[in-house]
Design a protein around this ligand. Structure first.
Ligand code: SAH
Ligand code: MG
Length: 210
């Protein structure tokens, strides 16, 4: 964490009991939920965009889905998770939240599920799943985003690995980092999107569809 992140973190506002319980659960079970300053920034951007339909790839235990639903009282969220145990925890936590009617969890691999089973379009897509696959997620789900819609992509820093020299990257992570670099170059030059890096949390990329 950067010094400035610590400074920003000192102003984070209190969360309700359920969210605190989820944060504790995530820490104890090593579930990589979004960092507090990252989710605050994402939520603020979402409030400005004000989407009514949000698609999330990578539910984990439902933390970010609940946080987004609380931040946007008019939104409906569909969120996809492939890990059956996490899906169960997510459904449990969500059922205990005050936004349960507005969140639908789909169990399955986001790269395999039938795209026709989702509702027609999503003003916002939040990609926060397997890190080596960003381009595949993007290519599969961006057609559901209308012109003016936004794709938000988390973990662009890959916990500090993304800007290392390839020989410093642990061998087993090299393909993932190479994929990330290729994806980043591809999307930055993509004629249909205006994209920008937001250096928040683990790095957020924001792609606005023209
Ligand atoms: N958005 C969550 C954190 C997600 S962690 C939050 O901030 O609260 C990333 C999750 O993506 C993991 O639970 C992992 O199981 C899931 N995931 C990874 N690849 C996936 C895929 N191809 N399809 C569906 N889920 C995937
Ligand atoms: Mg993340």
């Amino acid at each position: 964490m950067e010094l400035s992140d610590t400074y920003i973190a000192s102003f984070i506002q209190p969360r309700n009991e359920l969210l605190l319980e989820m944060e504790k659960f995530a820490e104890e079970h090593h579930v990589p939920i979004m960092q507090l300053i990252g989710i605050d920034a994402l939520n603020q951007l979402l409030r400005i965009q004000n989407p009514t339909k949000i698609l999330e790839i990578g539910t984990a235990i439902g933390y970010s889905a609940i946080r987004m639903a609380l931040a946007l009282p008019n939104s409906h969220i569909v969120t996809i998770e492939r890990d059956a145990e996490r899906v169960q925890h997510a459904r449990n936590f969500i059922s205990r939240s005050e936004v349960a009617e507005r969140i639908k969890v789909i169990e399955g691999d986001a790269l395999e599920i039938d795209i026709n089973s989702l509702s027609s379009t999503y003003d916002a897509v939040f990609i926060d799943a397997a890190k080596g696959q960003y381009q595949k997620f993007f290519e599969k789900y961006s057609p559901l985003v209308p012109s003016g819609g936004v794709l938000y992509i988390d973990n662009m820093y890959m916990h500090g690995l993304s800007d290392l020299d390839m020989k410093e990257v642990p061998r087993r992570k090299r393909t993932m980092i190479r994929n990330l670099h290729n994806f980043t170059n591809w999307i930055m030059q993509h004629p249909d999107y205006t994209s920008a890096f937001f250096p928040i949390g683990d790095g957020l990329l924001i792609c606005l569809k023209r």
